[in-house]
Structures are given as C-alpha cells and as structure tokens.
Design a protein around this ligand. Structure first.
Ligand code: SF4
Length: 384
C-alpha cells in the first residue's frame, strides 16, 4: 500500500495509456493488447487516480500534459476530451500550456485528429520510425512507407506543432537508406524531430534474437557516423539540436521533456508511470490488472517509492542538464543545492574535458560532439 506523497507544485503531468494493437519486438514500454472493454474500465480507474492526485498537489498550475504510451491514438476523441476537461476543472492551464498526445499511423484517423484538437490537444508526436518497408517489417510496426506518409500529410492539415520519431542504426542499414529516410522526413518540414538509435533492452524479443545471432547491430563507429550525418543534415535544414536526440525549429522545443531535463517536479497517472516531487520519485506498478483491481476495491495504486538523497539529486540534476544544448550552469547548481560544484566534481570534470567529452565556457558545462556520442560515460562520473 502506498503512502500519501505530496507535491508543492508540479509543472508537468504524464498520463500513460497502456494499450497497443500488438507488441513491437524492440519495445520495453509497458503495454498490453488493446481491448475496448478494458479501456472503458481503465478510463474509470484513471479518473479515480486523478481524483486522489488532485488532492496531493498544492499549487495546481500545469505547463504541460503528455499523453504517452502504449498507443494513445487507440483512444477515442470523446475519452480524451473528458479526461482533459476533468484536468482543466482542477488545474490551472495557461494558454501556452503544451498538451501532447502520442500517435501511431495505424490508429490515427482524420476523425481522431479533429477530435483530439477539439479536446484541447495542441501537439501530436507521431511514431514514424522509418519510411523503408524492410525496416518497418523488421521493427514489427505493421505500417508502411505509404501509410506513414499519408499520416503525416493528414496531421499537417490540422496541426502546426507536431513531432516525428525516427529510428536509425538498424541492422545492415546502409548510409544511403538512412539518408533517404532523413530526406523523406525533412521534405515535410516537421517543426520537431526525435531521432533514436535502435537500443536493445533485456526482456524484449529482440534481445533474445540478438543473443541467438539472428541479427547484428551496426558497429559503434557506424552508429556515430550516422548520428553525425543526421546532426549536420538537420542543422543545414534549420533545426536546433537542443537535446541529444531532439531537433526543433525555432519555437518548437518540446516543453514537456524540457521540464524533465530542467529537474522540475512532475505528476503521473497510469500503470508504469513515474512521478517526482523534487525529493521523492515513485513509479506506479506496471500491471494493468492490479491497477484495475485497486480501482474496483477502492484502494490506492501500488507504487515503488524511491527517496532520493541529496547526492542522487545533484547527480541527476547534472546529467539531465548536460543532455541539453543549454548545458549545466554551475551557478544554478549552487542556487539549487547550496553546494560548490567544483568541490564535488572538478577532478572528474577536468578528466572529461581532457578527453574532449566536455567543454566549459561562462561557468557552464556542455557535452562536446564526442561527448554526445559517449554521453553515458560522462553521466557515470556524477553517480559516485
Ligand atoms: S506501438 Fe509503441 S509502445 Fe506499443 S509496442 Fe510498439 S513501440 Fe511499444
């Protein structure tokens, strides 16, 4: 049973939709197979968790809502409308608040796009992953180049603020194939792009297939070349690489993730969703059946609670800030923690500077181009 965790304020709310049409073999996000009846029950349970969340927040001002998953675009416009209406009635949302929903080309119809817009959604993040049918099949996306292109065209009719996701460093992906994906993507001039290399997570079918030698990932050198190529490609096309994996046209930075990277508090709803109040992080148990049972029994959602020490928080603050182009301000670090950054990390940071992984100017630290490729090596030094 979970304890009451209070939030003085929280700028962002994440809502997890744990349903997908089928499971992509590389994915480690929590989701189960879509089932309409369970969605109806889930919506009632979500409202119950929302009611108790409302009571735990003092300053109810939200700057961002992110409906992620899973596949949120499986959910009807009416349900999203009702949920956002309830949130609006309890929280203050300034007109500039970002309200994003993740969508999959397979479940995003014109009707839904219109309904989401009417519900108050002002940003859609569309999972494209590739325009190459061979790689879409490999990734288990059940989509096609044509379907992806049609979805983007439809989305552009109604939304000026949207993001497209692309995966690279796929097995045996040639430089030409990757370039073609980038060209098709940029032909739509999307205001925001997220670019991820294929990562293999334990407990996914891809992990087992990789272990059995059924496919190979490209060497790190090829992965790095592709990333560098994409960086230059997007730079020339007018994008700002404002975070390691994210590129935006001016004014289209994703506010939601930026709040995470700036170490703001955030709220969460749904199984597998995580919240942070500045000192404590908790994660709702990633189990839809348990979540629904706790609703039917009128009990609190089961949570894994993590009390962060000051050392944990300082480390997290550093490596989250370093993910961004704005970097880590040593002055802001002092204001937040009343600790001198140099006393804590100077020796390690100087070693990283000598290895050309970090650069420093005006009392700020940044990842270099090389540091972006080896970011985990940099982040490790803060986790003493
Ligand atoms: S659709 Fe998205 S969340 Fe669902 S299994 Fe595939 S990658 Fe994961």
């Amino acid at each position: 049973m979970s304890k009451e965790i209070r939030f003085n304020e929280a700028s962002a709310l994440y809502i997890h939709i744990p349903f997908c049409l089928s499971k992509c073999p590389y994915c480690d996000f929590y989701s189960v197979e879509y089932d309409k009846k369970r969605v109806d029950l889930y919506w009632a349970a979500l409202f119950q968790e929302l009611e108790s969340l409302i009571k735990s927040v003092d300053n109810k001002l939200l700057r961002s809502i992110y409906i992620g998953g899973g596949t949120p675009s499986l959910i009807s416009g009416e349900k999203i409308f009702a949920l956002l209406k309830k949130i609006r009635s309890s929280f203050q949302l300034p007109p500039t608040a970002e309200i994003t929903i993740e969508a999959n080309p397979l479940s995003l119809s014109e009707e839904k796009i219109i309904a989401y817009k009417r519900a108050g959604v002002n940003r859609i993040s569309l999972g494209i992953q590739s325009f190459n049918n061979k790689f879409l099949d490999f990734l288990g996306r059940n989509s096609s180049r044509e379907k992806n292109i049609d979805s983007i065209k439809l989305l552009k009719k109604y939304f000026s603020n949207y993001s497209l996701d692309l995966i690279f460093a796929l097995p045996e992906q040639s430089g030409e194939e990757f370039k073609r994906d980038l060209e098709i993507l940029s032909s739509f001039n999307p205001p925001h792009i997220s670019l991820y290399n294929l990562e293999i997570h334990e407990q996914t079918p891809f992990y087992q297939r990789l272990e059995k030698g059924e496919f190979k990932l490209p060497a790190d050198k090829i992965d790095a070349e592709m990333y560098n190529f994409a960086q230059n490609f997007f730079l020339k096309a007018g994008y700002n690489n404002y975070e390691i994996s994210n590129f935006a046209k001016s004014g289209y930075r994703a506010q939601h993730n930026y709040l995470y990277w700036r170490y703001n508090s955030y709220l969460a709803l749904g199984p597998g969703a995580a919240a942070f109040n500045g000192k404590i992080r908790y994660k709702n148990r990633a189990d839809l059946n348990k979540y629904l049972k706790s609703f039917l029994a009128d009990q609190k959602v089961e949570r894994e609670i993590n009390f962060l020490t000051k050392e944990d928080r300082m480390a997290e603050y550093c490596f989250l800030a370093l993910r961004t182009r704005a970097g880590l301000s040593l002055h802001q670090f002092y204001l937040n923690f009343k600790e001198d950054f140099n006393n804590l990390y100077r020796d390690s940071v100087d070693k990283l500077k000598n290895k050309s992984l970090l650069a420093e100017s005006n009392n700020r630290l940044y990842l270099t181009a090389k540091g972006k490729l080896l970011a985990n090596e940099v982040f490790l030094v803060f986790l003493k």
